[in-house]
Design a protein around this ligand. Structure first.
Ligand code: NAD
Ligand code: TDX
Length: 369
C-alpha cells in the first residue's frame, strides 16, 4: 500500500502512510475532509481535532487552498494531508482504504460566484463531477457517513419581504456556482434514494472568520481597508446577506455528521442579515480607514438581492443555534486579519503558491491528477 502511494503522493505523505498503517486500528473514526485546506475546511479540521478522531485532508490546493491554513495542525498522525483532486477516483479510493476512512465531509469546491460567471467549467468539474466521484467511492467502500457541505444560494434570491429560506423552499439557483452546488445536492439525494448511502446535506449562509481567502467580501474589505486600498461595492450595495461565524457553522456540521439521518437536509444561518453597505461601513470604523475608500462599481451580473435563513428546524432537530453575535464576530475577525498580515500578504504576493509547489508538488503528467 505505502509503495503505490509513494509514486502518487511523494515522501511527506509516505511517512504518514507508514506511520498510520500501524496506527489505523486505534482510531474509531477517521474523517476525510476534502477541501480541508480552504477556509471552512481548515476551520472544521481544527474543530474535529478537538474530538477523538483522526482527520485526513484531501485537497487539490487550487488558488484557494493554502497549507498555511493548517499550520501546526498536520502532524502525519492524527492529521494527515494528501494532495489531489476529488475527481481522481483511484486516489480517493486509495486514500479511503489506506486510512480506513469511516466518515467523509465534502468541503472541496470552487466557491466564488464571480469566478463562476467568468468561467463555469471548473465549477462543473469539481462541484458536480467531483462530488459524484466521492459518492461512488463512499458507496463502494462502505463509508458510514457522508456529509455534503452546500449553501443557501441553491434557493436563489429573496425580495425584502419574502420569508427566509427553509428546507421546504424550492431550489432556484441563479449563478453557475449555485447551480453547480444544487446539482451536487441532487446527486447526493439520488445516492441516498437509489443506493441507500448514509448521506446528509448542510446548507449554510455566508460565512466569515479566520483564514477566509481575500476574494470574498468581508476579508477583501478588511485587507483593503488595512492597506488603504479601494473598497469596491457592487451596484447600490443594498444587497443583503445573512452572516454566520465559521465556528458556529462548523459546530453545526459536527452535530449534523453525528446525529443526521440519511437524506436529511440541515439549514444553518447566523440570524444576522446585513446590507453590504452596512458591513463595509462597520469595517471602515473598526480598521480606522477612511470612508472615502468605498467605491461603487459595476454590479455583479445576476446579483442575488437577499439571502436569509430560517434556523428553527435545526434548533429543534440538532439543538443548534448560532451563538456568536455578528458585531462581536466581525470585530474578532478584523483583529485576526490585523494580527495575521503575513498570512494574507503571502496570498496577495502569490508567495504561498511557491511554498505549496515545493512542499506538495502536484502529481505530474502521466500520473492520475
Ligand atoms: P474555499 O474556496 O475557501 O476552499 C475550497 C477548498 O477546496 C480549497 O482548499 C481548494 O483547494 C479545494 N478544492 C477545490 N477544488 C478541489 C478539487 N477538485 N479537489 C480537491 N480539493 C479542491 O471554500 P470555502 O468557503 O471554504 O467553502 C467550502 C464549502 O462550503 C464549499 O462547498 C462551499 O460551496 C460551501 N459554502 C461556503 C460558504 C461561504 O460563505 N464561504 C457558505 C456556504 C457554503
Ligand atoms: O468586491 C466585492 N464587492 C461586493 O459588493 C465582492 C467580492 C462582493 N460584493 C458583494 C456581493 C455579495 O452581495 O458582497 C456580497 C458577498 O459577496 P461574496 O463574498 O462573493 O459572497 P456571495 O456571493 O454572497 O457567496 C458566498 O456565500 C455563499 C460564498 O462565496 C459562497 O461560497 C457561499 O456559498
Amino acid at each position: 500500500m505505502a509503495v503505490s502511494v509513494t509514486t502518487l503522493l511523494g515522501h511527506n505523505v509516505v511517512r504518514s502512510v507508514v506511520l498510520l498503517t500501524s496506527l489505523s486500528l486505534s482510531f474509531v473514526k477517521t474523517v476525510l475532509v476534502t477541501g480541508g485546506a480552504g477556509f471552512i475546511g481548515s476551520n472544521l479540521v481544527r474543530h474535529l481535532l478537538r474530538t477523538p478522531v483522526r482527520v485526513v485532508v484531501l485537497d487539490a490546493l487550487t488558488y484557494a487552498g493554502n497549507l498555511a491554513n493548517l499550520d501546526g495542525v498536520i502532524d502525519g498522525e492524527r492529521c494527515v494531508f494528501v494532495r489531489g483532486t476529488i475527481g481522481d477516483r483511484s486516489l480517493v479510493a486509495k486514500t479511503v482504504t489506506t486510512y480506513a476512512v469511516t466518515h467523509l465531509v465534502n468541503c472541496a469546491a470552487e466557491s466564488h460566484v464571480d469566478r463562476s460567471i467568468h468561467d463555469s467549467r471548473p465549477f462543473l468539474e469539481t462541484n458536480i463531477m467531483g462530488t459524484q466521484v466521492l459518492l461512488d467511492v463512499a458507496r463502494e467502500m462502505g463509508i458510514q457517513r457522508f456529509l455534503q457541505m452546500s449553501t443557501d444560494e441553491v434557493y436563489g434570491s429573496l425580495t425584502a419581504t419574502d420569508e427566509p429560506f427553509s428546507t421546504y423552499s424550492p431550489l432556484r439557483p441563479s449563478s453557475p456556482y449555485s447551480a453547480s452546488k444544487a446539482a451536487a445536492d441532487m446527486l447526493v439525494g439520488a445516492a441516498v434514494h437509489t443506493h441507500g448511502l448514509h448521506a446528509i446535506v448542510t446548507r449554510c449562509s455566508n460565512n466569515y472568520g479566520p483564514y477566509q481567502f481575500p476574494e470574498k467580501f468581508i476579508p477583501l474589505m478588511i485587507v483593503n481597508a488595512l492597506s488603504q486600498g479601494p473598497l469596491p461595492i457592487y451596484g447600490d450595495g443594498r444587497q443583503v446577506r445573512d452572516w454566520i461565524h465559521v465556528d458556529d457553522h462548523c459546530r453545526g456540521v459536527m452535530l449534523a455528521l453525528e446525529h443526521g439521518n440519511a437524506g436529511d437536509v440541515f439549514l444553518f444561518g447566523g440570524n444576522a442579515e446585513r446590507s453590504n453597505l452596512d458591513v463595509v461601513t462597520r469595517i471602515v470604523q473598526l480598521t480606522g480607514a477612511s470612508a472615502s475608500l468605498i467605491r461603487h462599481v459595476d454590479d455583479r451580473p445576476g446579483h442575488d438581492r437577499r439571502y436569509a435563513v430560517n434556523t428553527s428546524d435545526v434548533e429543534h432537530t440538532l439543538g443548534w443555534k448560532p451563538i456568536i453575535p455578528f458585531e462581536e464576530g466581525l470585530e474578532d475577525t478584523v483583529r485576526w486579519y490585523a494580527e495575521h498580515s503575513t498570512w494574507w500578504q503571502a496570498i496577495l504576493s502569490g508567495e504561498y503558491r511557491t511554498y505549496v509547489e515545493q512542499t506538495y508538488p502536484a502529481p505530474s503528467a502521466g500520473q492520475p491528477s
